[in-house]
Design a protein around this ligand. Structure first.
Ligand code: HEM
Length: 187
């Protein structure tokens, strides 16, 4: 009887996965602080600029997240690092999958919320997203709450993700960080 073997998982992320990962990471490092500042500083030119940039980069992050999922499906991804306990494996996989879900859900919530408030979402002044829900204060409030909770969850998950990288690199001293860096950097 012949057995069907599962395809071997790659040892490195695909080059496109790496590029998309680092570009979206940089954008998230701007989007989250900008979101917190703009929601708290009060009206003015700086607030308007931060709103514009927050929304525009948020839309770009959404497109990049979809591209990342497609590349991951097509090219696969390395498995959990060797030597992890079952709990650590479940934890790291859950953090990664929840981050993917939030990278897709947060921009959608932001768009729906802004639409319910009847403000246009202009992406870097190049084009404007259509309104997708009726103007309604109550709907806006619910979506704003969800966007806030999602932003909090994302902040905590990004910190957990960074803690994982620090642990792998400086305590376990394994190659997990190198799997996400250009191959020419060695590692
Ligand atoms: C991955 C993408 C995104 C992340 C991680 C994110 C995160 C956040 C965070 C942390 C806040 C501060 C919440 C608060 O303190 O109340 C915020 C506020 C806000 N975000 Fe986003 N956001 C994203 C995408 C978007 C997009 C695409 C839009 C619109 C199209 C948007 C619209 C807004 C608005 C209007 C606020 C201010 C809410 C208020 O005035 O209370 N966001 N966002």
């Amino acid at each position: 009887m012949s057995t069907i073997e599962a395809p071997a998982r790659p040892l490195h992320y695909a080059p496109w996965s790496k590029t998309l990962h680092w570009v979206s990471a940089l954008m998230i490092l701007f989007i989250i602080p900008a979101g917190i500042v703009m929601a708290n500083i009060g009206p003015g030119k700086l607030q308007n600029t931060l709103y514009d940039l927050h929304r525009s980069f948020g839309v770009v992050v959404f497109v990049l997240a979809l591209a990342r999922v497609l590349v991951r499906i097509a090219r696969g991804a390395p498995g959990p690092a060797a030597g992890l306990t079952r709990f650590e494996r479940i934890l790291s996989t859950s953090v990664h999958h929840t981050l993917y879900a939030l990278l897709i859900a947060m921009p959608l919530l932001g768009w729906l919320m802004t639409s319910a408030y009847r403000v246009d979402v202009s992406v870097f002044g190049l084009f404007t997203l259509p309104h997708v829900v009726a103007q309604d204060e109550a709907t806006y409030k619910v979506l704003q709450r969800l966007h806030f909770i999602g932003g909090l969850a994302m902040t905590l998950l990004v910190l957990a993700h960074l803690a994982g990288v620090i642990k792998h690199t400086f305590i376990s001293r394994d190659t997990v960080l190198w799997r996400m860096l250009p191959r020419s950097w060695g590692g």
